[in-house]
Design a protein around this ligand. Structure first.
Ligand code: SAM
Length: 222
Protein backbone atom coordinates (compact mmCIF):
# COMPACT_ATOMS: atom_id res chain seq x y z
CA UNK A 1 0.00 0.00 0.00
CA UNK A 2 1.10 3.56 -0.64
CA UNK A 3 -0.04 6.48 1.51
CA UNK A 4 0.69 10.08 0.52
CA UNK A 5 0.15 12.93 2.92
CA UNK A 6 -0.19 16.53 1.76
CA UNK A 7 0.58 18.78 4.72
CA UNK A 8 2.11 22.06 5.83
CA UNK A 9 4.01 20.12 8.51
CA UNK A 10 5.80 17.17 6.88
CA UNK A 11 8.30 16.82 9.74
CA UNK A 12 5.47 16.51 12.26
CA UNK A 13 3.87 13.73 10.22
CA UNK A 14 7.22 11.97 9.65
CA UNK A 15 7.47 11.71 13.45
CA UNK A 16 4.53 9.24 13.50
CA UNK A 17 6.37 6.94 11.12
CA UNK A 18 9.58 6.64 13.08
CA UNK A 19 8.34 4.46 15.95
CA UNK A 20 6.93 1.03 16.60
CA UNK A 21 4.52 -0.67 14.17
CA UNK A 22 4.55 2.04 11.50
CA UNK A 23 8.33 2.12 11.47
CA UNK A 24 8.49 -1.66 11.13
CA UNK A 25 5.79 -1.79 8.46
CA UNK A 26 7.69 0.79 6.48
CA UNK A 27 10.98 -1.08 6.84
CA UNK A 28 9.28 -4.32 5.78
CA UNK A 29 7.93 -2.45 2.74
CA UNK A 30 4.33 -3.28 3.65
CA UNK A 31 3.57 0.38 3.25
CA UNK A 32 5.18 3.30 1.48
CA UNK A 33 4.58 6.56 3.34
CA UNK A 34 5.36 9.76 1.45
CA UNK A 35 4.87 13.31 2.69
CA UNK A 36 4.43 16.35 0.44
CA UNK A 37 4.99 19.88 1.68
CA UNK A 38 1.99 21.98 0.66
CA UNK A 39 4.27 25.02 0.68
CA UNK A 40 5.86 23.65 -2.52
CA UNK A 41 2.67 24.83 -4.25
CA UNK A 42 2.66 28.29 -2.60
CA UNK A 43 1.41 31.13 -4.80
CA UNK A 44 4.32 33.47 -4.12
CA UNK A 45 7.94 33.58 -3.03
CA UNK A 46 6.83 34.20 0.57
CA UNK A 47 5.19 30.78 0.72
CA UNK A 48 1.58 31.99 0.86
CA UNK A 49 -0.92 29.13 0.88
CA UNK A 50 -3.92 30.83 2.51
CA UNK A 51 -6.11 33.90 2.26
CA UNK A 52 -8.71 35.90 4.20
CA UNK A 53 -12.24 34.55 3.89
CA UNK A 54 -14.49 36.38 1.43
CA UNK A 55 -17.33 38.00 3.34
CA UNK A 56 -15.12 38.54 6.38
CA UNK A 57 -14.66 36.48 9.50
CA UNK A 58 -11.86 35.15 11.66
CA UNK A 59 -8.87 33.17 10.49
CA UNK A 60 -7.40 32.18 7.16
CA UNK A 61 -8.59 29.70 4.57
CA UNK A 62 -6.41 27.37 2.46
CA UNK A 63 -6.46 28.48 -1.16
CA UNK A 64 -7.84 26.25 -3.90
CA UNK A 65 -5.12 27.33 -6.36
CA UNK A 66 -2.61 25.84 -3.89
CA UNK A 67 -4.36 22.71 -2.67
CA UNK A 68 -5.89 21.57 -5.98
CA UNK A 69 -2.60 21.61 -7.95
CA UNK A 70 -0.99 19.68 -5.07
CA UNK A 71 -3.78 17.06 -5.20
CA UNK A 72 -3.52 16.83 -8.99
CA UNK A 73 0.24 16.36 -8.97
CA UNK A 74 0.21 13.70 -6.25
CA UNK A 75 -2.77 11.92 -7.86
CA UNK A 76 -0.96 11.77 -11.18
CA UNK A 77 1.92 9.97 -9.45
CA UNK A 78 -0.57 7.58 -7.79
CA UNK A 79 -3.57 7.01 -10.03
CA UNK A 80 -4.75 4.04 -7.92
CA UNK A 81 -5.04 6.09 -4.73
CA UNK A 82 -8.22 7.77 -3.56
CA UNK A 83 -8.02 11.37 -2.39
CA UNK A 84 -9.29 11.90 1.15
CA UNK A 85 -9.91 15.34 2.59
CA UNK A 86 -9.54 15.46 6.37
CA UNK A 87 -12.29 17.60 7.82
CA UNK A 88 -14.58 17.58 10.87
CA UNK A 89 -17.43 17.75 8.34
CA UNK A 90 -16.58 14.38 6.75
CA UNK A 91 -17.85 10.83 7.19
CA UNK A 92 -17.20 9.67 10.77
CA UNK A 93 -14.18 7.35 10.88
CA UNK A 94 -14.44 3.91 12.49
CA UNK A 95 -13.02 0.39 12.24
CA UNK A 96 -15.28 -0.49 9.30
CA UNK A 97 -13.80 2.41 7.30
CA UNK A 98 -10.29 1.45 8.45
CA UNK A 99 -10.81 -2.11 7.21
CA UNK A 100 -12.20 -0.83 3.90
CA UNK A 101 -9.20 1.47 3.40
CA UNK A 102 -6.74 -1.29 4.35
CA UNK A 103 -7.94 -3.28 1.33
CA UNK A 104 -7.20 -0.49 -1.15
CA UNK A 105 -3.98 0.14 -3.06
CA UNK A 106 -3.43 3.56 -1.60
CA UNK A 107 -4.74 6.89 -0.40
CA UNK A 108 -3.78 10.54 -0.50
CA UNK A 109 -4.57 12.30 2.77
CA UNK A 110 -5.02 16.05 2.52
CA UNK A 111 -4.44 17.86 5.83
CA UNK A 112 -6.03 21.22 6.47
CA UNK A 113 -4.92 24.01 8.83
CA UNK A 114 -6.22 27.39 9.99
CA UNK A 115 -9.98 27.74 9.28
CA UNK A 116 -9.87 24.90 6.77
CA UNK A 117 -10.31 24.64 3.01
CA UNK A 118 -11.78 26.86 0.34
CA UNK A 119 -15.10 25.12 -0.38
CA UNK A 120 -14.24 24.55 -4.07
CA UNK A 121 -11.48 22.08 -3.08
CA UNK A 122 -14.21 19.57 -2.13
CA UNK A 123 -14.92 18.97 -5.83
CA UNK A 124 -11.43 17.54 -6.35
CA UNK A 125 -11.49 14.80 -3.70
CA UNK A 126 -13.05 11.33 -3.60
CA UNK A 127 -14.24 11.44 -0.02
CA UNK A 128 -14.11 13.42 3.22
CA UNK A 129 -13.33 11.85 6.58
CA UNK A 130 -13.66 13.13 10.15
CA UNK A 131 -11.92 11.31 12.99
CA UNK A 132 -14.54 12.47 15.49
CA UNK A 133 -16.89 15.18 16.60
CA UNK A 134 -14.25 17.62 17.80
CA UNK A 135 -12.03 20.16 16.08
CA UNK A 136 -8.27 19.66 15.81
CA UNK A 137 -5.86 22.44 14.87
CA UNK A 138 -4.81 20.55 11.76
CA UNK A 139 -5.36 17.39 9.75
CA UNK A 140 -2.01 15.86 10.70
CA UNK A 141 -3.23 14.09 13.84
CA UNK A 142 -6.29 12.89 11.93
CA UNK A 143 -3.95 11.51 9.24
CA UNK A 144 -1.93 9.80 11.99
CA UNK A 145 -5.09 8.14 13.36
CA UNK A 146 -6.07 6.84 9.92
CA UNK A 147 -2.58 5.69 8.96
CA UNK A 148 -1.98 3.87 12.24
CA UNK A 149 -5.36 2.11 12.24
CA UNK A 150 -5.08 1.11 8.56
CA UNK A 151 -1.45 -0.04 8.57
CA UNK A 152 -1.92 -2.32 11.60
CA UNK A 153 -4.57 -4.17 9.56
CA UNK A 154 -2.16 -4.95 6.70
CA UNK A 155 -1.19 -8.62 6.71
CA UNK A 156 2.18 -8.98 8.46
CA UNK A 157 2.14 -5.55 10.14
CA UNK A 158 1.48 -6.97 13.61
CA UNK A 159 3.72 -9.67 15.02
CA UNK A 160 0.68 -11.88 15.44
CA UNK A 161 -2.04 -11.31 12.85
CA UNK A 162 -4.65 -12.59 15.31
CA UNK A 163 -4.10 -9.48 17.42
CA UNK A 164 -6.14 -7.43 14.99
CA UNK A 165 -8.70 -10.20 14.45
CA UNK A 166 -9.69 -10.42 18.11
CA UNK A 167 -9.53 -6.82 19.27
CA UNK A 168 -12.34 -4.33 19.86
CA UNK A 169 -14.55 -3.49 16.85
CA UNK A 170 -13.12 -6.35 14.75
CA UNK A 171 -16.53 -7.95 15.31
CA UNK A 172 -19.38 -5.80 16.56
CA UNK A 173 -18.13 -6.15 20.14
CA UNK A 174 -15.45 -4.64 22.35
CA UNK A 175 -12.56 -6.87 23.31
CA UNK A 176 -12.78 -9.14 26.39
CA UNK A 177 -10.72 -8.20 29.51
CA UNK A 178 -7.02 -9.06 29.35
CA UNK A 179 -4.64 -9.87 32.22
CA UNK A 180 -0.93 -10.50 32.61
CA UNK A 181 1.47 -11.03 35.55
CA UNK A 182 1.31 -10.79 38.51
CA UNK A 183 -1.50 -13.23 39.26
CA UNK A 184 -2.52 -11.08 42.24
CA UNK A 185 -2.10 -7.31 42.64
CA UNK A 186 -3.27 -5.26 45.61
CA UNK A 187 -5.62 -8.11 46.58
CA UNK A 188 -7.09 -8.30 43.08
CA UNK A 189 -6.86 -11.76 41.52
CA UNK A 190 -7.22 -12.68 37.88
CA UNK A 191 -10.32 -14.74 36.92
CA UNK A 192 -9.44 -18.41 37.80
CA UNK A 193 -10.75 -19.67 34.44
CA UNK A 194 -7.71 -18.10 32.73
CA UNK A 195 -5.43 -20.43 34.72
CA UNK A 196 -7.48 -23.54 33.97
CA UNK A 197 -5.69 -24.37 30.71
CA UNK A 198 -9.12 -25.32 29.31
CA UNK A 199 -9.09 -23.53 25.94
CA UNK A 200 -12.73 -24.07 25.00
CA UNK A 201 -13.92 -22.77 28.38
CA UNK A 202 -11.57 -19.79 28.18
CA UNK A 203 -12.89 -18.95 24.73
CA UNK A 204 -16.50 -19.20 25.92
CA UNK A 205 -15.71 -16.98 28.93
CA UNK A 206 -14.07 -14.38 26.68
CA UNK A 207 -17.05 -14.34 24.32
CA UNK A 208 -19.43 -13.87 27.24
CA UNK A 209 -17.29 -11.10 28.74
CA UNK A 210 -17.00 -9.31 25.39
CA UNK A 211 -20.79 -9.41 24.97
CA UNK A 212 -21.44 -8.27 28.55
CA UNK A 213 -18.89 -5.45 28.30
CA UNK A 214 -20.26 -4.25 24.96
CA UNK A 215 -23.84 -4.17 26.34
CA UNK A 216 -22.65 -2.25 29.38
CA UNK A 217 -20.32 0.27 27.71
CA UNK A 218 -21.44 0.53 24.11
CA UNK A 219 -25.06 -0.63 23.77
CA UNK A 220 -25.13 1.17 20.41
CA UNK A 221 -22.81 -1.53 19.00
CA UNK A 222 -24.89 -4.58 19.96
N1 SAM B 1 -13.24 25.69 10.46
C1 SAM B 1 -13.25 24.28 10.22
C2 SAM B 1 -14.65 23.72 10.50
O1 SAM B 1 -15.32 24.26 11.38
O2 SAM B 1 -15.03 22.72 9.87
C3 SAM B 1 -12.24 23.56 11.12
C4 SAM B 1 -10.83 23.82 10.72
S1 SAM B 1 -9.67 22.98 11.72
C5 SAM B 1 -9.22 24.20 12.88
C6 SAM B 1 -8.25 22.88 10.69
C7 SAM B 1 -8.09 21.54 9.98
O3 SAM B 1 -7.91 20.51 10.92
C8 SAM B 1 -9.21 21.10 9.11
O4 SAM B 1 -9.19 21.69 7.84
C9 SAM B 1 -8.99 19.60 9.03
O5 SAM B 1 -8.05 19.25 8.03
C10 SAM B 1 -8.38 19.30 10.39
N2 SAM B 1 -9.35 18.73 11.33
C11 SAM B 1 -9.84 19.32 12.44
N3 SAM B 1 -10.70 18.53 13.09
C12 SAM B 1 -10.76 17.37 12.38
C13 SAM B 1 -11.50 16.17 12.54
N4 SAM B 1 -12.33 15.97 13.54
N5 SAM B 1 -11.30 15.18 11.61
C14 SAM B 1 -10.47 15.36 10.57
N6 SAM B 1 -9.76 16.50 10.37
C15 SAM B 1 -9.91 17.49 11.25
Amino acid sequence: MRIDIITLFPDYVEGFFSESILKRAREQKLVELVTHDLRDWAVDAYGAVDGHPYGGGAGMVLRCDVVVPAIEKVSKLNPDSSVILLTPQGQKYNQVVARELSKTKGMILVCGRYEGFDERIREYVDREISVGDYVLSGGELAAGVIIDSVVRLLPGALGDDFSSVEESFSTSTLEYPQYTRPEEYDGKKIPPILLSGHHAKIEAWRKEEATRRTKERRPDLS
